[in-house]
Design a protein around this ligand. Structure first.
Ligand code: 5GP
Ligand code: ZN
Length: 117
């Protein structure tokens, strides 16, 4: 999907909004969440715009897998893989999604409660 002019993460991918980058690939960008909920809180987004993970998965299985493997690579690079980490896709406003450009939250570096709130 083409980049959307009003989308915060499209602007961030384009470099129009600054971010603390963690990893970049041809298809994805990983950057630190501006309001971290854990010692490691990184967002992984495809450069292409999809509103949520359901739309991404329906449109492009390979890119979906790439976002997941990048999320795992971030968890590894942050040193959270051994202790355990969580990959979250909030999907829909009722689940807490506030930015409608699909993003994986990679959370780790502390104990993570279950079930989530
Ligand atoms: P959601 O609530 O949609 O699952 O997650 C959106 C996330 O984006 C939130 O955790 C929020 O802190 C983060 N966020 C919102 N605006 C910005 C921004 O301008 N820069 C960065 N790095 N993160 C942002
Ligand atoms: Zn976007």
């Amino acid at each position: 999907m083409a980049s959307q002019p009003d989308c915060l993460f499209c602007k961030l991918v384009a470099g129009d909004i600054p971010a603390t980058m963690v990893r970049e690939t041809e298809q994805t960008v990983a950057f630190r969440d501006i309001n971290p909920q854990a010692p490691t809180h990184v967002l992984v987004v495809p450069r292409e715009h999809y509103p949520d993970v359901a739309a991404l998965a329906a449109a492009d299985a390979e890119l979906t897998a790439t976002v997941l493997s990048e999320a795992a690579a971030v968890a590894d690079a942050e040193g959270t893989a051994e202790r355990g980490y969580r990959i979250v896709f909030n999907t829909g406003a009722g689940a807490g999604q506030t930015v409608f450009h699909v993003h994986a939250h990679v959370l780790g570096g502390r104990g993570l409660g279950w079930p989530p709130g």
